[in-house]
Design a protein around this ligand. Structure first.
Ligand code: IMP
Ligand code: MG
Length: 187
């Protein structure tokens, strides 16, 4: 694939992605058996993970989507913009927020805060990737796919300026891409 040339190194292979989704799906199915599970994916980055995770969950569940944005290129603006609310009323539901990556934590803390007043039975977080080194908000994930170092990653839904979401694995974006587009060496 021509996008491969912009990848410095592969961080999570397709094989490992499958293992992660199977492991998380099993655990979530066990924990939510008999409950009213509502999977809430955060657009757009988490859609690929959501599609895999939901198919590895064996208990009843519904799905919905929320959208926010806080990123411009490889940097968070720190200001979260609310773009799309839930379609389903989460009253009485056990919400599991499905995120691609937990980085500063600002996005998920913002979303959790919005959902707290909606009478959900519970609200938990499942993050495919966790970058704890850059945490700013007081939040952690209840389910984590893989902990990664503080590097800007792309693929498996994750983008850089809306590109690379279709890469089937997670990779570290080559610093030359930042240098080209932003005149910077590191994000
Ligand atoms: P946070 O608010 O800093 O935790 O960031 C959450 C969102 O920022 C994620 O859902 C991603 O969409 C985006 N993000 C954070 N780190 C990366 C990265 O390394 N690559 C691509 N997107 C990222
Ligand atoms: Mg996201």
């Amino acid at each position: 694939m021509s996008l491969d040339k912009d990848v410095e190194r592969v961080l999570v292979t397709e094989e490992e992605i499958k293992e992660i989704c199977n492991r998380l799906g099993k655990q979530i199915s066990k924990d939510y058996e008999g409950k009213k599970l509502l999977l809430v994916s955060v657009l757009k980055g988490a859609v690929v993970f959501m599609a895999d995770l939901m198919r590895s969950i064996t208990c009843d569940c519904e799905i919905d989507f929320m959208a926010v944005s806080s990123y411009s290129g490889a940097k968070t603006t720190g200001v979260v913009k609310f773009k799309k609310d839930l379609d389903i009323n989460p009253d009485g539901c056990d919400i599991l927020l499905v995120e691609d990556i937990l980085d500063s934590g600002i996005t998920l803390a913002y979303l959790k805060n919005i959902l707290v007043d909606r009478n959900a039975a519970s609200i938990k977080v499942c993050a495919f990737l966790d970058k704890p080194a850059n945490r700013q908000a007081d939040i952690s994930a209840d389910y984590v796919g893989k902990v990664i170092p503080d590097e800007f990653v792309i693929g498996y839904g994750l983008d850089y300026n809306e590109k690379y979401r279709n890469l089937p694995y997670v990779g570290v974006l080559s610093p030359s891409i930042y240098a080209d587009k932003q005149g910077k060496e590191q994000p």
